[in-house]
Design a protein around this ligand. Structure first.
Ligand code: CA
Length: 330
């Protein structure tokens, strides 16, 4: 199923549902989404992932309330549809899931009494053919929404998901990216739907880096967004410093939100057949894209029914980072 390419503008924004496991970088992504006039956030849903779903929902509500986002917020999955036990990462995202900022409790003023999966189905019914689903964590809620409504792909045309690693190593294991590893069965189900599915994986996000100069710019601003980021990001940067030797962090989720607002940020992408490793003893959760050239032989080609996914391989990093800093410090 192919949907027309989007060119969102402030006058003609794209309607989005943001599904998040906030999470420092996810919070930074949600912040960018709320501040972007090219995006009309019609719903926010939460998932387990970086930390448990209660902490995620709390962090998400804090950000929405501080920035005046009045979209309905629904709490989602606490664990994988595939039954995998969740593994949380407080050493990366903090005990509170937002960089040990321990921000005051939100009011949960827009928390609705339906599950994330139900809210996704309801919003797709309310806006048929119009929504883009932006996933910043495990893809569990989308898989659950599909199980509630198998017609969902006809109503919800576009999926943009942060996760996977096709041409680079994983981060949770040598080959698996964390969000893919959290719920590989959900990912396999979702990519099999024939959706227009854009994957923003470690291929591009690991090289899109928030540096000390960006933190300095954020600290120099007193905007509500900058204050949130300045509270959450330093401990996340310290975690990366231990890994890559630089006080900095990867902008996984912010980049994913930004390419929906500004599709031209993607400068190279390929549409490739993709499979998710479900049974490997050391490779479970790996996103295996077939990038072989010249595989004309039927015997060596993957089955034609293999789902294809658009995978971003290069982005305009300077433009993204300057837009990000400009918007959150304004
Ligand atoms: Ca995430």
């Amino acid at each position: 199923m192919s949907a027309p390419a989007l060119k969102p503008t402030a006058a003609n924004p794209v309607k989005v549902v943001v599904d998040t496991d906030t999470g420092v970088d996810d919070g930074m992504g949600l912040i960018y989404g709320i501040l972007s006039p090219e995006l009309d956030i019609v719903g926010v849903t939460t998932s387990f992932g970086n930390v448990d779903v209660d902490k995620v929902t709390r962090n998400t509500a804090v950000i929405m309330e501080r920035l005046g986002c009045r979209a309905p917020l629904a709490k989602g999955a606490a664990r994988a549809v595939g039954g995998t036990e969740p593994i949380f990462n407080p050493e990366i995202h903090g005990e509170d899931g937002f960089g040990n900022a321990f921000l005051p409790d939100p009011d949960f003023r827009d928390l609705v009494d339906v599950t994330a999966a139900q809210l996704i189905v309801d919003l797709a019914d309310r806006h048929p053919g119009e929504l883009t689903w932006i996933g910043l964590g495990p893809i569990t809620n989308l898989a659950l929404a599909l199980l509630l409504d198998p017609q969902l792909p006809r109503k919800l045309p576009r999926i943009v998901w942060m996760g996977g690693a096709v041409s680079v190593p994983g981060n949770e294991t040598p080959v698996a990216e964390a969000d893919a590893k959290h719920d590989p069965e959900a990912l396999a189900l979702c990519i099999a739907q024939g959706w227009e599915f854009l994957q923003i994986g470690l291929d591009v996000t690991d090289h899109t880096i928030f540096e000390e100069e960006h933190l300095a710019a954020v600290r120099a601003s007193s905007s509500p967004a900058a204050e949130l980021i300045a509270a959450g990001v330093p401990s996340y940067m310290s975690f990366y410093e231990n890994i890559i030797g630089r006080y900095s962090c990867a902008m996984h989720s912010p980049l994913t939100v930004a390419v929906v607002a500004h599709p031209e940020l993607i400068t190279r992408e390929e549409t490739i057949p993709m499979r998710v490793e479900l049974t490997g003893t050391i490779t479970r959760g790996m996103t295996v894209g077939d990038r072989r050239r010249g595989q004309k032989s039927e015997a060596r080609r993957w089955d034609r029914s293999t789902p294809t996914v658009r995978v971003a391989f290069e982005v305009d990093r300077p433009s993204f980072l300057s837009r990000y800093i400009e918007r959150v410090t304004a």
